[in-house]
Design a protein around this ligand. Structure first.
Ligand code: HEM
Length: 386
């Protein structure tokens, strides 16, 4: 007997609150009790598809599908923004409560899953042929994806800045929006982005700079030892006859590590916008990467991995959308008056990624046996979840 039949078999049965409050159970005799359709505002949502072709006299079948595809995306964008906002809220505190890191991981993972879902939705649009699309495309003009305020909000909340834009200026993109939406973007811009908050958090990585230990100094020494070791090994293998190619390899290795070990040079690149992360936050991320097996660093490592995954997945969405657009409109201009496919191609670039430096961190890793050993007291603290 299932629990529902059990309830019904009891004469003097009182529904438990979990049942009376269940929005999915119809109870017509109690109008105050939530009802599935009302709880989900389905009357509004399911009556919000208004194909223009219908008002022009003849419904074009695929226009309904086109509207629902966009609406479904916008609903998911809303959920993504909701999750990102909640994660940003946690990161806003001076000291992020480490008990909340699992929650951050869960929410970022949800964002990633939703992005995967909407990326997979894009090919469904390709069940509509370019010719089918032409049957109602003119009705849309000048409405365009450029007017998706939530998409811009999402980009900004992640950390994409006006100066990162390539194919179309930030000012021009805002012009496409209504005033109330522009106001939302101004407000969004005044708040710290996820990228900014993550950097603040990374700068506070435990053990990065302590009284008796500097991860930067220790790592610099470890890199020097590794390069010396490589040089000696090549010398031994070649009986001391290092040729130019070998010397070049060693020189390149030194130069690569100089990118992050020469703080002055790093800061120049940061100030000119060629690097997005502060040096200190970069070293925090590196420290979490190399000691990710220590308990206090394992969830932060997952957070960093998820941020890179989210960045990459958004690029995959851009790519899927761009390819679909090429198939749909070729090289025609978009209804938002951009060059269409060419413009969208320009957004599939590192300029539109926020966590590229975390993604590229593997450039600066060294084998585990060369890693600096941490002071015992620090190791103990990192080994214990706080
Ligand atoms: C037949 C289907 C579609 C076509 C032909 C199409 C076409 C385009 C074009 C040409 C642009 C460039 C701006 C312009 O000049 O209008 C654009 C931008 C955009 N579209 Fe679509 N699109 C389609 C479906 C979708 C869907 C389902 C979404 C989901 C919300 C979407 C979201 C966007 C967004 C957010 C942008 C701005 C991208 C950016 O500036 O980086 N599009 N679209």
């Amino acid at each position: 007997m299932d629990c529902w039949s059990l309830f019904q078999s009891v004469d003097t049965f009182q529904y438990p609150t979990c049942v009376t409050r269940c929005p999915f159970i119809s109870n017509q005799s109690e109008p105050d009790v939530p009802y599935y359709r009302d709880y989900l505002s389905l009357k509004t949502i399911l009556n919000s598809q208004h194909p223009v072709s219908e008002t022009k006299g003849e419904l074009v079948h695929d226009e309904m599908f086109f509207i629902i595809m966009h609406q479904a995306h916008e609903l998911w964008f809303k959920q993504i923004i909701f999750e990102i906002d909640s994660v940003r809220e946690i990161f806003k505190s001076e000291k992020v409560d480490e008990k909340l890191t699992l929650r951050i991981v869960q929410r970022l993972n949800r964002v990633l899953m939703i992005l995967k879902l909407v990326t997979e939705q894009i090919p469904i649009l390709e069940t509509m042929t370019a010719q089918d699309f032409l049957a109602f495309r003119d009705y849309l003009y000048p409405a365009s994806g450029f007017q998706s305020c939530q998409f811009r909000e999402l980009e900004m909340k992640l950390g994409i800045k006006a100066k990162d834009r390539l194919g179309r200026s930030d000012a021009k993109l805002r012009e496409a929006l209504k005033q109330e939406e522009r106001d939302i973007l101004v407000e969004t811009e005044s708040e710290p982005s996820l990228s900014q908050l993550i950097q603040n958090w990374l700068e506070r990585t435990p053990g990065l700079e302590e009284d008796n230990f500097s991860f930067y100094d220790a790592y610099k020494e470890a890199v020097k030892n590794k390069i010396e070791f490589d040089k000696k090994q090549i010398e031994t293998e070649t009986n001391g006859n290092l040729n130019n190619v070998m010397l070049d390899v060693i020189k390149q290795s030194v130069e690569t590590f100089e990118d992050i070990l020469n703080i002055e040079g790093y800061n120049q690149l940061f100030n000119s916008g060629q690097r997005k992360m502060t040096h200190k936050s970069f070293m925090g991320a590196l420290m979490i990467n190399v000691y990710r097996d220590l308990p206090r660093f394992s969830q932060p490592f997952q957070i960093l991995t998820l941020l890179v995954d989210i960045d990459n997945q958004l690029t995959k969405w851009r790519y899927a959308h761009c390819l679909m657009v090429q198939r749909m409109i070729g090289s025609r201009i978009g209804t938002g008056s951009s060059s269409g496919y060419q413009y969208l191609r320009s957004t599939i670039s590192d300029h539109y990624k926020v966590f590229t430096e975390i993604a590229g961190m593997s450039t600066y890793l060294i084998p585990a046996n060369f890693l600096p050993s941490l002071p015992e007291d620090l190791k103990k603290r990192i080994a214990v979840p706080q």
